[in-house]
Design a protein around this ligand. Structure first.
Ligand code: V47
Length: 386
């Protein structure tokens, strides 16, 4: 049965999608305003399967957050704290090394991000990068959001070029997509006043792309942004991608309210619904036609919704992560990491084919028979809580 008939409100958009024709801002707002989740999912899945078939990508990675001290203190965030906060921490090089020692031998990526700590100079971060390369030369280091790069320029009185050149020389391989939040000035000033502007975030990623670094992109939604703000955000990323081709993936991130200042100011806000999460995934797959991958971050949307999202436009689940702090500070109910065997099972149980990738989407493995007896037995190692 045809889901999108000739008299369906999406008939024209569906024609465009089938012709691989770019959708306009107005098309995006129309999609984002619709509650026809079935039609959205149908179209997004068409694009997803055209690009990637059944394949669902994940990687074996680990997160390290070297410090939670942050002078930006965004209202939406529960991770960053002031220097004098009893929960404040900054890892010593020994603590970083300890975490590196615990990274499983088959991991391909370490994801390093932290707060904007005014007490740390660039050499602290260079030392971390060098330490990773010394201990685990084959690990790809995906580190520092555009907002952290901007912070490093100010603390160290250096240009974006100089900061990136020094970090690349010390071992930086790519950048994660955090810090994009929502580009539009009005909602951005409400949720993260004083933070790097949307334009500056885009400028930093553009310079990173020119230097040959691949980066990711994100959008924080489910706070005070409008439907138009979401589409504007996607189109700004799409425009930059037209110029550079440097983005690998787009990751919609729904805002988690617990322990944040924003929820005190706007008590009517709440966790997003699965319905909204699926809608944002589907619309992003349809709007952002030039970024190859759409990632649903299982840690953030939850395992069951991540499985469903694999039929609504998403083709990537991130990795097994381990020791996630940012979402757990803000009320995430998921576990802080997942064994690879469980990630493989999660994808298979959703009727998709798991593909282990490295950070740059080179295929690492597609045969997981060696994990068959490990499902639910392989435990993610416990780490001391800082
Ligand atoms: O920039 C922070 C978001 C981002 C909250 O590139 C919050 O592969 C919801 O960007 N509720 C950091 N969201 C995480 C991130 C990321 C994660 C996984 C993979 C990749 C990648 C990037 O998390 C922040 C912000 O947008 N965030 N606090 C919160 N309370």
């Amino acid at each position: 049965m045809e889901i999108i008939t000739k008299d369906h409100p999406f008939a024209e958009i569906w024609e465009k999608v089938q012709r691989a024709e770019r959708l306009t801002f107005e098309d995006g707002v129309k999609l984002m305003s619709s509650n026809d989740i079935t039609a959205l999912g149908f179209m997004a899945n068409y694009v997803r399967e055209k690009k990637h078939g059944d394949q669902t990508f994940f990687n074996t990675n680990r997160h390290i957050n070297p410090t939670n001290i942050c002078q930006t203190l965004c209202d939406f965030c529960a991770f960053g704290v002031r220097m004098k906060d009893p929960a404040a921490y900054t890892m010593t090089m020994e603590e970083v090394e300890h975490r590196l020692d615990m990274i499983e031998p088959d991991a391909t990526e370490v994801h390093i991000v932290g707060g904007n700590n005014p007490a740390l100079r660039l050499d602290y971060y260079e030392n971390i990068l060098r330490k990773v390369k010394e201990k685990r030369p084959n690990l790809h280091v995906k580190a520092f959001t555009g907002v952290e790069i901007d912070h490093f320029t100010r603390v160290n009185k250096l240009s974006i070029d100089e900061v990136l050149d020094r970090l690349i020389a010390a071992g930086l391989n790519s950048m994660p997509g955090g810090g994009a939040e929502i580009f539009a000035d009005e909602p951005r000033s409400i949720i993260c006043d004083h933070k790097t502007s949307g334009d500056r975030w885009l400028e930093i990623h553009e310079i990173a792309h020119q230097k040959g670094l691949r980066t990711n992109s994100t959008m924080l939604y489910n706070h005070v942004e409008s439907k138009e703000d979401r589409i504007d955000h996607m189109i700004r990323l799409r425009d930059l991608q037209d110029r550079t081709g440097g983005f690998q993936t787009f990751i919609p991130l729904s805002w988690h309210p617990e322990n944040t200042v924003l929820i005190e100011k706007y008590p009517h806000l709440n966790f997003s619904t699965g319905f909204e999460d699926l809608k944002v995934i589907a619309v992003s797959r349809l709007m952002i036609d030039n970024i190859d991958h759409i990632k649903t971050y299982w840690m953030q949307v939850g395992e069951k919704l991540a499985q469903t999202a694999l039929w609504f436009g998403a083709d990537d689940l991130d990795g097994n992560v381990v020791e996630e702090k940012i979402y757990h500070a803000a009320g995430a109910q998921t576990s802080q990491g997942m064994a690879k065997a469980d990630l493989v099972k999660l994808i298979r149980d959703a009727g998709r084919t798991p593909v282990e990738r490295d950070t740059l989407y080179n295929v690492v493995n597609t045969d997981f028979s060696y994990l068959d007896d490990k499902v639910k037995k392989e435990q993610v190692e416990e780490l001391p809580v800082l």
